[in-house]
Ligand binder design. Sequence first.
Ligand code: ASP
Length: 456
Amino acid sequence: MAQTASDRTGSKMSLTMKILIGMVAGIVVGVIFNTINSDFISTHVVGGFFGMIGAMFVNALKMLVVPLVIFSLLCGVMGIGDIRLLGRVGGKSFGLYICTTAIAIAVAMMLAIIVGPGVGFNMEGVDTSGITGREAPTVWEVFANIVPSNPIAAFANGEMLQIIFYVIVVGIAALSLGDFSKSFAEGCEYMNELMMKIVGMVMAFAPYGVFCLIAKTFSEQGIDLFIPVLAYVGTLVGALFLHLFVTLMVILKLTTGLSPFTFMKKMRSAQIFAFSTASSNATIPVTLRSVTERIGVDNSVASFTVPFGATINMDGTAIMQGVATVFLANVYGIDLGVGGYITVIAMAVLASIGTAGVPGVGLVMLTMVLGQVGLPIEGIALILGVDRLMDMIRTAVNISGDAVVSTIVAKSEGKLDTAVFDDPDAGVYTESDIHFDPEAEERLAKSARPHPHLAE
Ligand code: ASP
């Protein structure tokens, strides 16, 4: 008999609760260590032990990303069967990703213009050495690059758009080979299940990994870094929360009718992972699992929309660029004008398409945006100190945007299981994830039967 999530958790605390405790404990310990300011602690405990555990945890997540995307997307493409549906999912998610990012940055810039952070700021004494700019690739280059000349290199470098392209081509070709692909499809189902199992194993380690990552960041980030740019930080955090809790949730409610509260609850673990790793890419395994098993989006949609979103959809990052541009324009007393603001919106949206979701990439994108509107890129020195914490918050917003769009697209295609969404225990993370899972056995037994879109 299949166990329910509550059977599996028993009377023990849920894993999400433990991860949450790990996060809060990490903040407390980090702030205490930062106040103590001891050489021994910062070298051996923070840089040494916390650094080691944190890096192991992030590496463990990253090692899953490419194989998981490959096999879940292969299963997705072969499971969809209908290539037109695949095209619709691609078109809708692309459109929604671009629109939500444009709305995010437009609202953020309006908020920043109203609040006016940076007015009267004095740049004297700010060390601007070591800040260099980066040229934005053209849209044509970005699109040309989607086709990998060497798929193995694409896998090795984690080039997500190239991987997605290549895997979709293989999936479509496998479908067109019909009966011959039956065992290939079964093998992919098995590999997908296996990867998901490893995600569960990594999750069991998450409370400690999250604790170490967060304790390390907070030990290294003194509060004194925030004081000179408090107006920037306040406006940015306000804009990020506004987008996460109001804009995205209103869009979700209006388009799907689903409860934003349930949605937020089910995304909590993925948001904490994004917050602690500051990487949408490294969070893909957890986002994918939350979106499919907690929210109920079918794998045929999520296996495409989640890795696609981690690469091209960065609402939080765009918000940072909008607020930072207005802030720096105020600091330097430069009036960007409406044309300048529109350029910033267009640049931020375009830049997000071609850049992967990894820590700190938002700052690199900001150099491209500032260059376009003629603001001195040295200004970035001002916000560098607070960027890690801002990166953590905006990454949580980025992956939430990916999940919202995945849910909307799935709902519109009849690929959302509302019974899963409404079940508070569905896909709950338990430490028994590392043990035998009877539900996985059931799923695999099903896939061992003829694949739905392949002839017997
Ligand atoms: N760290 C962000 C992400 O992975 C990107 C950024 O804003 O720097 O989504």
